[in-house]
Design a protein around this ligand. Structure first.
Ligand SMILES: Cc1cc2nc3c(=O)[nH]c(=O)nc-3n(C[C@H](O)[C@H](O)[C@H](O)COP(=O)(O)OP(=O)(O)OC[C@H]3O[C@@H](n4cnc5c(N)ncnc54)[C@H](O)[C@@H]3O)c2cc1C
Ligand code: FES
Length: 340
């Protein structure tokens, strides 16, 4: 029996390692060449303190209170030199990945489909060279190199982790570097590469109602999360509001409906800013965000889209004086043109 442990670092990098039943996390990490912070390795110094964000584990009682107090343990802090995982876990490591000798991995892939599903959106599907080598959490992103340019752009997986093919929903910007390559040059069979995964915007354990808010291609990471929720099931209500500018920008509707069929507690609505046309719900995502979705703040919110949309939702919640139990968001900010 082995467990999958996702180590998320301060700089947004993630590495997924295996941990054998009964093995301490620090030992499992070293076995896989991840040098987690440590000093005594004996539960005395506290140097290896991390936060377990998801999953169950045993801490034993061989550590001293100076290294980890009872209050810290109750709050989810762990000593990795003592922690024995008892399920898959997500552990936040409070240092950059480089401090643990973890370099973000480069992955090769072949484009198998480049579909212009609307004039504003492209779905890119890649066949991964080494699917087993790519561990990511639903919601995370990679930096995809624009072939022939030495530059990269960030894209969130819309596909589920663990699949042999990875897909992305990509906004087609008229003068965009990646957009133009995809719309005009990309062909099935083209070689591509990316670095990652990155990001702290990923699905956490579902203990209360979940509200997902997507703007445009911000739908992508939420689809990846919904795939996992549909696989694993949940008793909690999950509601998605998906907003776009024009009716023709709505994509992946069949896929959302298929997810709704697999996950009985899932409901969703789409809205369109354009006042013309016959789409039922008009306006912004916030125009369709009711008290019934916010549960007085007892909900986990996942919000993703262009920066103005993310800010608008944050302002809306502030004005309503709603403080969600957990609030995760990702802004699809424009990339700086940096070399890949
Ligand atoms: C963490 C993260 C995850 C992301 N995930 C996705 C994703 O899953 N899908 C997706 O479509 N995008 C995503 N993005 C945005 C993406 O990385 C690119 O910025 C975007 O696709 C534009 O790339 P481009 O090369 O086509 O255009 P560029 O050559 O970068 O830009 C062309 C022009 O468009 C402007 N521009 C760039 N981005 C935007 C924007 N969002 N809105 C308005 N104008 C813009 C630029 O300022 C520039 O003038 C993500 C960004 C981040 C930071
Ligand atoms: S390394 Fe010292 S307490 Fe874990």
């Amino acid at each position: 029996m082995t467990y999958r442990i996702a180590l998320t670092f301060e700089d947004g990098a993630t590495r997924i390692i295996d941990c054998r039943a009964g093995e301490k996390l620090l030992d499992a990490a070293y076995r896989q060449k991840v040098n987690l912070p440590m000093d005594c390795s004996d539960g005395v110094c506290g140097t290896c303190k991390c936060r377990c964000e998801q999953g169950s584990y045993d801490l034993g009682d061989d550590y001293v209170d100076d290294a980890l107090t009872a209050d810290e343990a109750a709050a989810g802090l762990v000593l990795t030199c003592q922690m024995v995982p008892e399920s898959n876990c997500v552990v936040a490591v409070p240092v950059p990945s480089s401090a643990c000798k973890v370099a973000p991995a480069e992955h090769g892939a072949e484009a198998v489909a480049v579909e212009l599903v609307s004039d504003s959106t492209i779905i890119l599907t890649l066949k991964l060279d080494r699917p087993d080598a790519l561990g990511f959490l639903p919601g995370q992103y990679v930096n995809l190199t624009v072939p022939g340019t030495g530059q990269h752009r960030s894209y969130s997986f819309s596909s589920r982790p663990g699949a042999g093919e990875a897909s992305f929903l990509i906004r087609n910007l008229p003068d965009g570097l990646m957009s133009r390559w995809l719309a005009e040059e990309a062909k099935p069979g083209a070689r591509m590469s990316f670095v990652g995964p990155f990001g702290s915007f990923f699905l956490r354990a579902v203990d209360r109602p979940v509200l997902m808010l997507a703007g445009g291609t911000g739908l992508a990471p939420l689809l990846s999360m919904l795939e996992i929720l549909a696989d694993e099931g949940t008793d909690q209500p999950v509601h998605l509001i998906y907003g776009v500018t024009r009716p023709r920008d709505l994509v992946e509707i069949d896929r959302i409906e298929a997810l709704a069929a697999r996950l009985p507690t899932f409901s969703w609505a789409s809205c369109v800013v354009d006042p013309n046309g016959d789409h039922v719900l008009k306006g912004y995502v916030t125009d369709h965000l009711g008290d019934e979705h916010l549960h007085g703040g007892d909900c986990d919110i996942y919000l993703c889209g262009p920066p103005p949309m993310v800010e608008a939702v944050r302002g809306f919640l502030r004005d309503k004086d709603v403080e969600p139990a957990n609030f995760h968001y990702e802004k699809f900010a424009a990339s700086d043109p940096v070399p890949a």
